[in-house]
Design a protein around this ligand. Structure first.
Ligand SMILES: Nc1ncnc2c1ncn2[C@@H]1O[C@H](COP(=O)(O)OP(=O)(O)O)[C@@H](O)[C@H]1O
Ligand SMILES: [Mg+2]
Length: 392
């Protein structure tokens, strides 16, 4: 049972939040506090596990959040959806990692149950033998050959664009050679979503605690961050990515950023030992669509051609789209020329071109924002038409 304190200082979300929390069988609301002082005093009593608080409650600062943590009370902040971006920045400054938008309160109980919990102990076998799949979303795997063609840029941009269309979207960083989604999006959090997911999958708790492996980065977008260091792929047990995709797709669309290599590692046994490239292969096998990203220069295009032959062996009949990234006039190729070059290698569901747009990419990178949040640009418009093709 999770014991909760609430301080809403009269905000409109208080009453629906109390109804939702009060109606959950694993949650009990201990007290509605009148202000932050009341909250801190109640936390000191040592009975509460979680504090649900309005991010703009007067007096809520780093010291207050520290006080909560000293008494093992995890903060969960409710943030006005229309001031989400500012709220996210402020929350991370005062040390609150779990946020819920005030127009998405239905996720509050999950956030309360999952709020940055330490990893559970390892248990033997998964307990939940397959809940019936809901209507759910689609799994879009973003893959591409070696040479940094822009997989992460495309995955993050596409996920942000789907979320802008109010589709619930989860961006998963599954690159076994080290994650970069967290850095790209300015998520400072040290906890790796993928490693937490790996531990939860082993103990069969992933479906129940999916909320705890995600970080919200917008009202409709959340991220499962990747490996903090490349060598930590060994902690990702076989079957993790498959389990993660299975539960995540029930919640919405899933965009998964992958590695480049599909090679089979020699000497791998499929019991519980992880295989490094199994993360990428698992993502491609589970995908409804695979987006193969290549760059528009000569080296990139020849790698792309080989990649298109290779990808067929690893998809379970998924649609394959090609995204030719970093198109620029100085290369002297038209889209038609490139269509002729890549079209022969495999049957494609679509061929898309994204412009080389250093200024849009840099603007997003230096502010730790998504392409969508950093304003109009040629690249964003091209990502948007890619999304048009995918969601029809
Ligand atoms: N369309 C683009 N225009 C300009 N720079 C880009 C574009 N796409 C990617 N980049 C840059 O190329 C580099 C590699 O991109 P990244 O998405 O990290 O590749 P990958 O995930 O395939 O390794 C990054 O510096 C990124 O900012
Ligand atoms: Mg990458």
């Amino acid at each position: 049972m999770i014991v909760v304190l609430v301080v809403a200082s009269g905000a409109a979300w208080e009453s629906p939040a109390l109804t939702l929390l009060g109606g959950h069988r694993d949650i009990v609301v201990l007290k509605r506090c009148v202000d932050v002082d009341d909250l801190l005093a109640s936390a000191s009593a040592g009975q509460a596990d979680v504090a649900v608080l309005g991010l703009d409650t007067p007096g809520l600062d780093v010291a207050a959040v520290d006080h909560l943590r000293r008494y093992d009370v995890r903060p969960v902040a409710v943030v006005p959806a229309e001031a989400w971006e500012g709220g996210r920045v402020r929350a991370s400054r005062i040390g609150i990692a779990t946020l819920v938008p005030d127009d998405g309160l239905d996720t509050l109980p999950d956030a309360v149950l999952g709020a940055d919990e330490p990893a559970p102990p390892m248990l033997p076998e998964p307990a939940d033998a397959g809940a019936p799949p809901g209507p759910g979303g689609r799994v879009l795997a973003v893959w591409g050959p070696a040479g940094a063609p822009g997989r992460t840029t495309v995955a993050a941009g596409l996920a942000a664009e789907l979320a802008r269309r109010r589709r619930r979207t989860i961006l998963v960083d599954a690159d076994p050679y080290g994650g970069s989604v967290a850095q790209q999006l300015g998520i400072l959090d040290e906890v790796s979503g993928l490693l937490s997911a790996a531990r939860l999958a082993t103990s069969g708790l992933l479906a129940e605690r999916l909320a705890s492996v995600q970080r919200a980065v917008g009202p409709h977008l959340s991220v499962v961050t990747g490996l903090p260091r490349a060598d930590r792929w060994v902690e990702v047990r076989a079957g993790t990515v498959e389990a993660l995709l299975e539960v995540a797709r029930e919640r919405g669309d899933v965009v998964i950023d992958t590695g480049f290599s599909l090679e089979d590692e020699p000497g791998q046994d499929y019991g519980t030992r992880p295989g490094r490239n199994q993360l990428t292969r698992g993502a491609l096998e589970a995908a409804d669509e695979v987006l193969v990203v290549g760059t528009a220069d000569p080296v990139g295009l020849s790698r792309l051609a080989r990649a298109l032959v290779e990808v067929r062996e690893h998809t379970g009949g998924a649609a394959v789209r090609v995204v030719v990234n970093r198109m620029r006039p100085s290369l002297g190729w038209s889209e038609k020329d490139i269509a002729g070059m890549v079209g022969g290698f495999t049957r494609l569901s679509g061929l898309h071109f994204l412009p080389d747009d250093r200024s849009a990419v840099d603007r997003a990178l230096v502010t730790g924002r998504t392409l969508v949040e950093s304003g109009d640009s040629p690249l964003l418009r091209a990502v948007s038409s890619l999304a048009d093709a995918i969601v029809v």
